[in-house]
Design a protein around this ligand. Structure first.
Ligand SMILES: NC(=O)C1=CN([C@@H]2O[C@H](COP(=O)(O)OP(=O)(O)OC[C@H]3O[C@@H](n4cnc5c(N)ncnc54)[C@H](OP(=O)(O)O)[C@@H]3O)[C@@H](O)[C@H]2O)C=CC1
Ligand SMILES: O=C(O)C(=O)[C@@H](O)[C@H](O)C(=O)CO
Length: 280
């Protein structure tokens, strides 16, 4: 078996060492999903991203329990679904997540979407603080939050989320929100980081940069996230592509290459606006 790739870490605002690249697991379900996640752990992935709504917490948890990689080296993320917003509801939903995973604790727990029209994300985050105080969750954060949602959570709970996981790729670089994260001490995670089967990977500028570094277009895009200071979560079911996506620590993009890739900006890929997205 090829050597595992060593992944550098960032530090979250609660002191947690956090891998610079993680594995997206949406659609990695059942036995095949478990095998794919175990393969990813063998390759060197240490940060896993699942959610109750992916219906694969069981598959991900089984991989974590069965792998030879020590539990203490793995960070498991899961997310609270929209239908479970609210203080008591969030605590119950977390119990379901922990049972699905078959793990004692979760490393990072996120509110999946803010659902501002439901207006229960603040009380949900208060429940997250209790879970953290009880030692059941190491780090607490959010996903798909805007600046307004972030500032309200911080004002009303006194707790700064460790992470905000948002749509981020060269078509949607999110410069303004990343600046807010830097100001507040929140780590940015990137979902759909390689553009989820869009034409992103065939863009000429990305191909040119890849050729000049002798790497693949996907590696250029993953490396672009790393150099922005964002943590990408590329999903792949395939062990070769998992390795390709993680093997980005042996080259560096020049500043003008980072800027040229950010110049592909055109907006969200799938139109899911956090102000209106109704996640169940
Ligand atoms: N918080 C949120 O609201 C959201 C969170 N997410 C999280 O982010 C993760 C990643 O986002 P996702 O939407 O899956 O999209 P990605 O940008 O990670 O793209 C995944 C797609 O790219 C393919 N792929 C992976 N590696 C390569 C490669 N090297 N070359 C060519 N194709 C490749 C995969 O196919 P294959 O598997 O066959 O390799 C799959 O079709 C999710 O899995 C989930 O964990 C996603 C959406 C929303
Ligand atoms: O996290 C994902 O992968 C999603 O697709 C989310 O957008 C989430 O599952 C959802 O919004 C479902 O409606």
């Amino acid at each position: 078996m090829a050597d595992a790739i060593g992944v550098p870490t960032l530090t979250l605002n609660d002191g947690t060492a956090f891998p610079a690249v993680g594995l997206g697991t949406y659609k990695l379900n059942g036995d095949d999903g478990t095998a794919a996640v175990k393969g990813a752990l063998d390759t060197g992935y240490r940060l896993l991203d699942t959610a109750l709504n992916y219906e694969n917490e069981d598959a991900v948890g089984r991989a974590v329990r069965e792998t030879d990689v020590p539990r203490s080296e793995i960070l498991v993320t899961s997310k609270l679904p929209g239908r479970h917003h609210g203080y008591d509801e969030a605590l119950r939903s977390f119990d379901e997540t922990r049972a699905n995973l078959g793990l004692d604790h979760v490393d990072l727990y996120l509110i999946h979407w803010p659902l501002p029209r439901v207006d229960k994300y603040v009380e949900s985050f208060r429940a997250f603080k209790k879970l953290q105080d009880d030692g059941l969750v190491t780090s607490i954060g959010v996903s798909n939050f805007t600046e307004e949602h972030l500032r309200r959570v911080i004002d009303e709970t006194g707790v700064v989320p460790a992470v905000n996981q948002v749509e981020l790729h060269p078509y949607f670089p999110q410069a303004a929100l990343r600046a807010v994260h830097r100001e507040l001490g929140i780590v940015t995670e990137s979902w759909s980081p390689i553009g989820k089967q869009s034409e992103l990977l065939t863009e000429g500028v990305i191909g040119d940069v890849a050729a000049s570094h002798g790497v693949t277009p996907t590696q250029v895009v993953v490396r672009w996230h790393v150099q922005l200071g964002a943590v990408p979560l590329p999903k792949s079911a395939d062990s070769g592509r998992q390795r390709e996506n993680l093997d980005v620590f042996g080259f560096e993009l020049a500043d003008d290459e980072v800027s040229a890739i950010s110049g592909l900006e055109r907006g969200r890929l799938w139109g899911a606006d956090p102000e209106t997205h109704e996640e169940f």
